[in-house]
Design a protein around this ligand. Sequence first.
Ligand SMILES: C[S@@+](CC[C@H](N)C(=O)[O-])C[C@H]1O[C@@H](n2cnc3c(N)ncnc32)[C@H](O)[C@@H]1O
Length: 397
Amino acid sequence: MKKKQSILSTLPEPDSAQKALSQELVKHIKRHLTQGNGLSFSQFMELALYAPNLGYYANGLAKFGASGDFTTAPELSSLFGQCLARQLDELLRTLSDASVLELGAGSGVLACTILTTLAQLNRLPVSYAILEPSAALQERQRAYLSAHLPAFVFDRVVWLKQLPQNFVGVIVGNEVADALPVEVLRLLPNDAQQGYVVWDAQQASFVWDWREIVDAKLQDQANMIRSTVGDIPTQGYLAEVCQVLPAWMASLSESLQQGAILLIDYGYGSKEFFASRRWMGSLRAHYRHRAHNNPFWYPGLQDLTAHVNFTALAQAGFDAGLTVAGYTTQAHFLLALGITSLIDEDADVVTHLKLAQQIKTLTMPDEMGENFKAMVFLKEMVCPLTGFSLRDLRMSL
Ligand SMILES: C[S@@+](CC[C@H](N)C(=O)[O-])C[C@H]1O[C@@H](n2cnc3c(N)ncnc32)[C@H](O)[C@@H]1O
């Protein structure tokens, strides 16, 4: 019988410099392992993504676009950022002296499209602040935006070290919530365990160490997941819980004096998130445009992410004093904001086809259209929200 090839053996081999960088990160994480009672998965994920200079988002290696590991919507097409800017225009118009704050700005391409479009709409914000934990990405954003924006627009961009106080305006984040560290639970028919990470010297790799759950809040989550899933399959049911979500939303709400928070990401409401067919969970590693489920392969060289539980996100926002003002699919969000009207009818055939293909990728249900959702929270303001006017999915949460 032919042996099934592991997906890991099909991944492109990192070069020696990349392997050396990963080795440094492994040593760094191993030093943390010896402290306390081992690392829970969220602690491992935090280090693998954000350890200074070494973690995936903190090292200088390419991440976005064709030469990187994944392509986000703003990298795929400027039509995405143009639509987002239309929604921001509507919100900024309702506020006075308002700014934009982008969380996790990646390569800076979304900031560039938003600012260019807002300048065309004569709606430039007082400032465009970026909160980016990765120093390497901050540098990249600065270089990209200074090269692509006119000076009078670039002058409005500022990089923050922490969330501002009394912020008036719109906080926006695309694919940021999926990068927050998660705990991984394994539900068995009569038991529930939490994923810890240990070092296996024989395999020269980090491996899972499944332990009894001792955290009462996590146990509550496990019970809630069990009742949503129904019968737990004998092979077990993996599920991620983002325990930092409530504190994260509380910090955003506290920072916001008046305005909106607009988050776009892949994920589902709880019922869909914990459907019995999703027994493998949503934790994924991304390397050179291939997704797999081994989070321990070359730490620092691959992205780690988990889908967003939008029910948990909405609850966290509500608990933090925000109004959950809209929840819809990315397709409905972009269509409501007129993505199809952004194609210039006079464009040549090749450009026309290229843009039509981008719209298809952004909106078709089997591509990014349904898996990605947009959610908006409001504080101390009411405002028409065109992006959320075509389809309201809040009742599904
Ligand atoms: C998947 S990338 C998305 C980048 C970009 N928004 C895009 O759509 O192309 C995740 C980004 O979120 C940043 N990030 C992670 N945690 C964050 C946090 N707590 N606050 C702000 N940014 C964060 C990462 O450094 C990275 O820039």
